[in-house]
Each structure stands twice: as structure tokens, then as C-alpha cells.
Design a protein around this ligand. Sequence first.
Ligand code: SAH
Length: 247
Amino acid sequence: MSGDPDRRPWTAQVLTLFPEMFPGPLGMSLAGKALEKDIWGLETLDIRGFARDKHRIVDDTPSGGGAGMVMRADVLAAAIDTARQGRPDQVGREAWPLIYFSPRGRVMDQALMRTLMAGEGVTLICGRFEGVDERLLEGRAVVEVSLGDFVLSGGEIAAMALIDAVVRLLPGVVGAAETLSEESFEEGLLEYPHYTRPQIWEGREIPEVLTSGNHGKIRAWRREQAERLTRERRPDLWARYRAGKSD
Ligand code: SAH
């Protein structure tokens, strides 16, 4: 049941000041069942546990002044280095991608999720306050990733979004393989529209072709719709799709 038996569970390490937020929604539905089946694993590290002083301070005032607090590089580095120490059953975790969630980062997309699912795991740093000391990002070769062009109050929701998107790509999580391959972004297109019973709802009928039983026509209709939606809603994706087709 758990996909490829030779595959170790894909592991998400989450460094956060709020470990009690996890697994949260990731403990439910598809991701939750996969977690129970050990298709993936979750390790949360409480950043506060790596503070060295008796008050367990993880942040300090910004150099140069200004509002808010900045997370300390030394405390975060200690958390990262502990998280990535090799365990006997998982050597090489120091080579796992190390991601810091930030509005400055590259906006996450399906290609990133595919890359991550092909690896053994990922280390995720959730920021709070104004963010983290820049030297930490340089000193630990951190990749910055954003959930979108807006500001959250912390990286935890972005971490949950990333983990959810990766986990559903792991073998054995989503039922039929074709469910994934036809989804939005997988072929560079948005997905076609879906319908289900009743046949007529508030005077609106299911498009006739879908009840025709002609699978060739259905496939062609869905492709047309996917192309139309992508062209109308996401000219950026459409341009890339067209360029990809012509070469
Ligand atoms: N001062 C920062 C915002 C800090 S918000 C700025 O202006 O860029 C606090 C934390 O929330 C950040 O450290 C980051 O980890 C997280 N966060 C905020 N917006 C995010 C986004 N769009 N994507 C991913 N993480 C985000």
C-alpha cells in the first residue's frame, strides 16, 4: 500500500517557533493518511530550543534601527545544523534543499514540487517577526521561496502548502496515476472544467460531449478547454506552452 517498498519515507524537517501548528491540516485527508502509512515523515524542531541564554531569546532589534525584531543567525544556524546532522538511516541530509520562506523568494510552483519529491527530504525554515539575519541566508546556502506576492505573519502556512503539494505527488498518495498527470500545470496547462450529476442543475446542462461516451471526442474537448482556459487566464503559461510545443 505504501508505494515503492524500497523508498524511504520522504521527510520534511520544519524549523519553527510554533511546532504545535504541525501536522495541523497535514494530519488530515490525503496527507494525513500518507503520514500514517509512513509514505512521508515530519520532523519539527522548535527554534527556541536552540537559544543559548536562560530567557531563550531567538530575536533581537534590527541593526540600523526600525520597527520589529529580527531572528538571530546563531540560534537559527544551531537549529539547522542539528536538523541536518546525518542519522545512521539517512545519510546526506546535509545535502537536502534548505528553504527559507520569504516574500523575496522565487514563487513556488509545480516544477519545484516535482524537484523536491524526487529527493529524500527538505529542510524548511519558517520565519517570524521581520525575518531572519541576512548572514544566515548567505552562510548556510539557503534558497528563498515565496508562497505569493503578499505578506504572511509567518512561514508556517507556506511550509504546509509546500509539504501538501509535494506529498500528493509521492507514489501511493493519490489513487490513480492519471489523476495527477492530467492536473493543472502538469502539462503546462490549466485543467479542463469538471462536471458531475445532476444532469441539469438550475437549468444548466452538462456539456453534451461528456455524456456521449465517445472517449476520443471527450479527450479532444478537454484539451480544447484546457487550452482555452490557459490562454484566457494565464497568458504567461500559455506563451511557455506554445514555445515548448514548437521546439
Ligand atoms: N519583513 C518581511 C516580512 C516578514 S513576515 C518583508 O517585508 O519581506 C514574517 C515571516 O513570514 C517571514 O520571515 C517569512 O518566513 C514569512 N512570510 C511572509 N510572507 C511570506 C510569503 N509570501 N511567502 C512565504 N513566507 C512568507
